[in-house]
Ligand binder design. Structure first.
Ligand code: SF4
Ligand SMILES: [Zn+2]
Ligand SMILES: [Zn+2]
Length: 309
């Protein structure tokens, strides 16, 4: 069977359909879909300085490449890469090497910030005195640095490589943990309140599946193998991911349905929680938080201990 759009041999079947596409038609389809999301949700404005959260993994690499490509002719839009080095030997060091070369090749400014420099110790060391799930503390530190450092770099938006799989996991996680209020902050562009202490997040890959992004990365020749964080399997998210993958295999379209249903109720959630978010400033670091001391400073003092600011 030939490609649906031309006569070439197909390389991929699109999710939830019988449409087969060849390499070139798939690349066109993929880039059109990213462009459509950017247009429909007004993800890019004039004079934006978009900081792209990069890890050296496939999602953020594809995102960085496409944002650079799609804004090539827009002299008023600036793209900068930001990476966080958690300090996970054998994993992050390799992905950051890849990212450094990728940024050089594509002429993108790259800024790397590490837990070691910012909090006093690399994650490998921190975990020796922390008994919880690694992703809990790591996720808090990473979100904290992404917000803080994007602002320090004078960015006005933070682009992340979140895809349809990630977002459907987050929606279900928030349901299962009775954290529905957190879901009000999801969607292709985040933020329910205008507060300049929070950088707005945009997710141009929102409607693309993990499989599509992996295929795009392979077809563009960005990398031939991807490594995963050794702590990934321990996370709550990983269990939700496995569950949703099982459902998707049995009932194709499940993840899509989660996203489309969620987007229908998102305006209601945003409206409901718009006044409920009293945002304070952390007494230690001045970053926005809901308590007196932000979670990152709490962890840094309790777990890292030799932390000073
Ligand atoms: S999987 Fe968990 S521990 Fe590994 S980088 Fe992500 S948040 Fe950190
Ligand atoms: Zn084709
Ligand atoms: Zn703080």
């Amino acid at each position: 069977m030939a490609c649906k759009k031309c006569v070439e041999n197909p390389v991929i079947q699109l999710p939830n359909s019988n449409v087969n596409l060849c390499k070139n038609c798939f690349i066109k389809y993929f880039e059109k879909k990213v462009n459509k999301t950017i247009g429909e949700y007004d993800l890019i404005d004039k004079k934006d300085h978009i900081v792209v959260a990069c890890s050296g993994g496939k999602d953020s690499t594809v995102l960085l490449y496409l944002l650079k490509k799609l804004t090539e002719k827009r002299k008023d839009v600036k793209i900068t890469a930001l990476a966080i080095d958690e300090g996970i030997k054998g994993y992050r060091d390799k992905s950051l090497d890849f990212l450094t070369n990728f940024c050089k090749e594509h002429k993108v400014e790259l800024n790397i910030f590490s837990y070691e420099k910012e909090f006093g110790k690399p994650l490998d060391e921190i975990l020796k005195s922390y008994n919880g799930v690694p992703c809990s503390i790591c996720g808090v530190f990473r979100r904290y640095l992404l917000n803080k450092k994007s602002k320090e770099l004078n960015g006005n938006k933070l682009a992340t490589g979140h895809n349809l799989d990630d977002e459907s996991q987050s929606i279900i996680m928030n349901y299962f943990r009775k954290n529905i209020k957190l879901s009000a902050r999801l969607g292709p562009i985040t933020g329910i309140i205008a507060d300049k202490r929070f950088i707005r997040r945009i997710k141009p890959l929102y409607f693309l599946t993990e499989k599509e992004i992996t295929s795009y990365a392979f077809l563009k020749g960005f990398m031939d193998k991807f490594t995963e964080c050794p702590h990934d399997a321990d996370s709550y998210r990983a269990q939700i991911r496995d569950m949703l993958n099982n459902f998707e295999a049995k009932y194709p379209g499940t993840k899509h349905s989660i996203i489309t249903s969620f987007l229908e109720i998102l305006p209601v959630l945003k409206e409901k929680y718009k006044d409920e978010q009293e945002i304070k400033s952390c007494k230690i670091c001045d970053e926005p938080c809901s308590q007196e001391i932000c979670k990152a400073c709490q962890y840094a003092e309790e777990v890292v201990k030799n932390f000073t600011r």
